[in-house]
Design a protein around this ligand. Sequence first.
Ligand SMILES: C[S@@+](CC[C@H](N)C(=O)[O-])C[C@H]1O[C@@H](n2cnc3c(N)ncnc32)[C@H](O)[C@@H]1O
Length: 220
Amino acid sequence: MGGRLFKLQNTTTKVELTPFVAKHYDTILNILSFGIYPVFTKQVIEKAPFEDNDVILDLGSGTGRFACLINKKVSVKKYIGIDLSNIMIKQANKKCRGFKNFSFMQGEIQKEIPFDNEFDKVFISFVLHGFEQKDRIKIIKNAFKALKHGGKFVILDYAEKDVNKSPIIIKYLIRKIECPLAEDFMKRNLKAMLQSTGFAKFEELTFFKGYVRLGIATKQ
Ligand SMILES: C[S@@+](CC[C@H](N)C(=O)[O-])C[C@H]1O[C@@H](n2cnc3c(N)ncnc32)[C@H](O)[C@@H]1O
């Protein structure tokens, strides 16, 4: 457990990173994935439904990796990234310096967030799995509230899978490297969670033999 990348105690979330990991987050992911992660993130953004003139909220925006890719793909009207970590926000601000209409703010996405019917897209990447179930539901409710009618919640995260029946490398990744709540998330039915919160439509694309999913839910 000591080898995990994530803080384990005294935090409201289990995806809060240690300061060292936060500072070197992109490099660590690039190395751990043997260079696959940057290619994968590009593919995800190519397939994700972002469009010109979108107003986008990114929950747990990290170092701004996805903000950069979104900025390359489309001309956004407004992008706001929220993250708990000032170390991540600092990196995101540096990376996105000079981008028009991009900003990052510090906040806790499982608490009240000050947005109502404002966004065309709410994006969340590899964040939802790291929360207790009641906080995941709160985050989904926050996304629903923040979206305009017809807006889309775009979720990149682990898909439903039985880790017990997975190859040993997946067991090691999920149980030893990943956030302690990731396996719990993989047992949950995301579509049902979204429907119970009011989302009416759900589409999905999967990657890495179905272990990772880009889910898209619409607020109708
Ligand atoms: C695994 S990283 C993913 C970062 C980014 N979304 C990406 O895919 O590159 C998780 C992020 O969630 C942030 N985070 C953790 N708990 C949070 C909270 N309660 N509210 C907002 N952000 C949080 C962390 O600081 C970190 O940047």
